[in-house]
Design a protein. Sequence first.
Length: 124
Amino acid sequence: MVSGHGLAVALESLAARATVPVRLTVEPDVRMPERLEVAAYYVVSESLANVAKHARASSATVEVAGASGQVVVEVVDDGVGGADTERGSGLRGLADRVEALGGRLRVWTPHGGGTRVRAEMPCA
């Protein structure tokens, strides 16, 4: 879906199918290199799947923006937090995908404070 219609359309589809209301903001109006769009899509897809499976959240936000030569993808939920970044393969797989593009994936997940997943990937 990303290749044919672009990241914004693909993310709109993910948000529409999510188990909680999702506020979606996609700032880059132009197409990015496909490898970045695909990585961004997977970050959002896996994060929203984790929201559905584990977070007990009532809502989530997804923001994609370009800043200082990078694309930044951030998914935040208002759930219970406490995601285990070491045991599951999903977040580790995302980190590997982002790092393979020269980027970095960070996760903040305080108990009782929701979860924030942020991927930063260079556009060059």
